[in-house]
Design a protein around this ligand. Structure first.
Ligand SMILES: Cc1ncc(C[n+]2csc(CCOP(=O)(O)OP(=O)(O)O)c2C)c(N)n1
Length: 493
């Protein structure tokens, strides 16, 4: 066994590529076994085993900065940086954090939990490096899900403009927590499916140069044809146009190819965008076949991946999802909006019954809030279904677009209060404090799931502005649910 001997990423440098591949399999086994007891982000981590190995093989952490977006896929990084022996404590109080954690290791250079911050972090570290006259590498690993977040686009825009040396690695597994959405996702899928006939940029440019030059009026047309050919034949032109050198797509489970690509990237002077294709849950059948459920999994049986969690009363989330269908049947104006959490927010049944009235915008809490404001102004009844912690992102949109307009937006704030194992980045403890003082906002919190149902009805019938109900991430009390929904007097207890 190689894995028990690895306590420091420097030890990887002595291994051959074959040994790295063996180590990858040992890491997979380790994760699959350890997580049966602790649960955790199994699928995401199984997908980045080779990628993380290749990074630590090619670069010198912590001198070279490795930034993991969201930070939920950093278990392999933790294993390779001296924390293997702490995996029994993963996601427990005082145990190993399920996300990147600076206090845990000098190799954890950037903390997250909320998505799409890695590119801004990388840019900040690259600027600081240049001003200090240093020459370390800066590498951001971002998933295709996290790339849907507005912050990531803001940073791409800035990085491509400044052209400092840094590497963005897109870990593209076609999944957010649910299947990924959006136009960028469609663009990436096209590269994935076309990759067998797409050619490297240099090759295409070489080919195009061979087309003889033409003078006069024909020249411009010929140039347009050449440009069109380039757009058709080269993958990732979009990123090239944004100022990056695009490399890929690369098989993210082939360590040797990854290493070659990183060496290539090192020879580029400006920002590089490396597009890596991976499979979520790679190497564990239950996770590969149900990568949606295995994104974050509770303790499970190793043979089947089946959850060991005792079946309890329906969660508040489930009661919310079912009640929303009842209300949706009653009122055709009701429309659900989720920023990339259709499953976690209990919206799949609603989406099934009302596919036209359920919008997944990707990881875009700000856009979702403003979208809801506009839907409301046009007479719709939008429910912004959002986790308390992620709603923090949309504060200005709530103030400026929803409350200032006094728009009839309903907020279904899930995961309000403490959330447990995901830790401090995910606690839903600020929403009362940051919402209640905003003019026009009404906030409610039910004592049980039956009252939640009535609050949902109350919110739907309320037409005087924004109104929110917040509920925790727990099983319901099991109280009997009234068949008839009624509106509650606002301000009552
Ligand atoms: C601002 C914000 N909204 C929502 C989430 C919830 N969330 C955690 S991971 C994730 C999907 C990330 O997908 P991707 O970046 O592709 O990573 P993968 O797990 O597929 O490797 C989502 C939506 C979050 N962490 N932060």
């Amino acid at each position: 066994m190689l894995l028990p001997q690895i306590n420091d990423p420097q030890q990887l440098k002595a291994l051959s590529v074959e040994e790295l591949a063996t180590l990858a399999e040992e890491i997979r086994r380790f994760l699959i076994e350890k997580l049966t007891v602790t649960g955790g982000h199994l699928g995401s981590n199984l997908g980045v085993v080779e990628l993380t190995l290749a990074l630590h093989y090619c670069y010198d952490s912590p001198r070279d900065k490795m930034i993991y977006d969201v930070g939920h896929q950093a278990y392999v990084h933790k294993i390779l940086t001296g924390r293997q022996d702490r995996f029994d404590t993963l996601r427990k109080k005082d145990g190993l954090c399920g996300f990147v954690k600076r206090a845990e290791s000098e190799h954890d250079v950037w903390e997250a939990g909320h998505s799409s911050t890695s590119l801004s972090a990388a840019m900040g570290m690259a600027v600081a490096r240049d001003l200090k006259g240093e020459d370390n590498k800066v590498i951001a690993v971002i998933g295709d899900g996290a790339l849907t977040g507005g912050m990531a686009f803001e940073a791409l825009n800035h990085i491509g403009h400044e052209r400092r040396k840094l590497m963005v690695i897109l870990n593209d597994n076609e999944m957010s927590i649910a299947p990924n959405v959006g136009a960028m996702h469609n663009y990436l899928s096209k590269i994935r499916s076309d990759r067998h006939y797409l050619r490297a940029k240099d090759e295409v440019e070489g080919l195009l140069k061979k087309i003889p030059a033409i003078g006069g009026r024909l020249a411009k047309t010929a140039q347009n044809v050449k440009d069109s050919l380039k757009y058709m034949m080269v993958p990732g032109v979009l990123f090239e146009e944004l100022g990056f050198t695009y490399l890929g797509p690369v098989d993210g489970h082939d360590v040797e190819k990854l290493i070659d690509t990183f060496h290539q990237a090192d020879n580029v002077s400006g920002p590089v965008f490396v597009h890596v294709l991976t499979t979520k849950g790679k190497g564990y059948k239950p996770a590969e076949t149900d990568f949606y459920k295995s994104h974050a999994i509770s303790p499970y049986k190793i043979e089947s991946g089946q959850s060991l969690k005792a079946v309890g009363n329906p969660m508040y989330t489930e009661v919310f999802g079912e009640t929303l269908i009842e209300l949706g049947r009653e009122d055709k104006r009701l429309i659900a909006v989720t920023p990339a959490m259709p499953g976690g927010s209990g919206l799949f049944p609603f989406a099934k019954e009302f596919p036209d009235r359920m919008i997944d915008v990707g990881i875009a809490e700000q856009h979702a809030a403003t979208l809801c404001a506009a839907l409301a102004m046009e007479g719709m009844k939008p429910v912004y279904a959002v986790y308390s912690t992620f709603m923090q992102r949309a504060y200005d949109q709530i103030v400026h677009d929803i409350c200032r307009h006094n728009a009839n937006v309903m907020f279904a704030i899930d995961r309000a209060g403490f959330v447990g194992a995901d830790g401090e980045t995910h606690q839903g403890v600020y929403d009362i404090a940051f919402m209640r003082h905003i003019p026009n906002m009404v906030m409610m919190m039910p004592k049980d799931e039956n009252e939640l149902r009535h609050m949902m009805k109350t919110a739907l019938e309320y037409n005087d502005g924004p109104i929110a109900y917040r509920y925790p991430r727990i099983d319901g009390t099991g109280v009997a649910l009234d068949a008839e929904l009624k509106s509650l007097p606002i301000g009552s207890r």
